[in-house]
Design a protein around this ligand. Structure first.
Ligand code: CUA
Length: 330
């Protein structure tokens, strides 16, 4: 019966896991940190499988050996007090635990932060309910939710929070590190391939915790340099009348929460908008950024992301003006 239950559980797990499809996981590593994590995970999985198979073989063997087909209720041979057996099943788990400990310590050393160097990218990550602020301290760039880094570069990250505890986690690139109000944490990462990697706030931080995603774009050095140059430019200037009306609203109504200065060092309430449309998503990297979605958002943010801080009662005309200007912010 016991075996039947275990087989059923395994079959069920197989079905559930195969239905999950691709998801961000350190088991598809794109950094040295995730590679070390995946290697440790594989080794532990192999050890656990060997133990599982051996224990199941012993269990099946005893079930078969001591079955009682005649129903005479004679107890099987008892082994209480067998010193050899007891020493064996004590020493083997102790040895396994020592091996696990050694492998874990070795992995911790392998993922320890390298000494800072002049070529590092220094990044300040700040958790907000419910979005990520990214300040490139040496480059004079502030952006949100979508992070660009060059492939191969060491990124030294300091992490803070303005409200509650969040946790910054991009599984294919790094382990997770909490952002804690009043306590600055540090982490680092190096991406070893270009591509787009998904992360997620990994500490429950309120209603919209699930809508606090992060996208990391790992660029070639040339693409990264081009991105930096475009982000360092000032926000676009309005030309037409509609754009000017939108600009006026942006620098009055929006300005108490959103900055139009790309070099701001601390975001206000919401993300920096200087190059809003250089990003592919908004609202914590949960909606595609296009005119249609942004219009819905400006009409009423609450159905799209309940309890977020943005509550404006804009007229249709104001929304038209704002959109006319905002889409210029490439
Ligand atoms: Cu921020 Cu969960």
């Amino acid at each position: 019966m016991k075996i039947f239950h275990k087989c059923a559980l395994l079959a069920w797990l197989g079905i559930v896991l195969s239905g999950c499809g691709p998801s961000p996981t350190f088991l598809s590593p794109a950094s040295s940190i995730a590679e070390h994590e995946a290697k440790l995970y594989d080794n532990i999985l192999i050890m656990a499988l060997v133990v599982f198979v051996l224990v199941e073989i012993c269990l099946i063997w005893i079930l078969v050996r001591d079955r009682n087909p005649k129903g005479d209720n004679k107890p099987p041979k008892q082994i209480y007090g067998n010193s050899k057996l007891e020493i064996t099943w004590t020493v083997i788990p102790v040895l396994l635990t020592v091996v696990l400990f050694a492998m874990t310590v070795q992995t911790m050393q392998s993922v320890a932060a390298p000494a800072a160097s002049a070529n590092d990218i220094n990044l300040h990550v700040i958790g907000h309910r419910w979005w990520w602020e990214f300040d490139y301290t040496d480059l004079g760039i502030q952006t949100a939710n979508e992070l660009h880094i060059p492939v191969g570069a060491t990124v030294q990250i300091t992490l803070d929070s303005v409200d509650v505890i969040h946790s910054f986690w991009v599984p294919q690139l790094s382990g997770k590190t909490d952002t804690i109000p009043g306590q600055t944490n540090h982490m680092w990462l190096t991406a070893n391939q270009t591509g787009v990697f998904i992360g997620q706030c990994a500490e429950f931080c309120g209603t919209e915790h699930a809508m606090m995603r992060v996208i990391v774009v790992v660029d070639s050095q040339a693409d990264f340099n081009a991105w930096v140059a475009s982000q360092q430019k000032p926000a676009a200037q309005p030309r037409t009348e509609d754009e000017q009306a939108g600009y006026k609203l942006t620098s009055t109504l929006c300005a108490s929460c959103h900055s139009l200065n790309p070099a701001e060092t601390d975001a206000k309430v919401g993300p920096n908008m200087a190059h809003l449309f250089s990003r592919s998503t908004f609202a914590g990297a949960t909606y595609d950024l296009n005119e249609e979605n942004l219009r819905r958002w400006l009409e009423d943010t609450q159905p799209m992301k309940p309890e977020n801080d943005m509550n404006l009662n804009l007229t249709p005309e104001e929304i038209d003006h704002l959109l006319a200007y905002l889409i210029l912010l490439k």
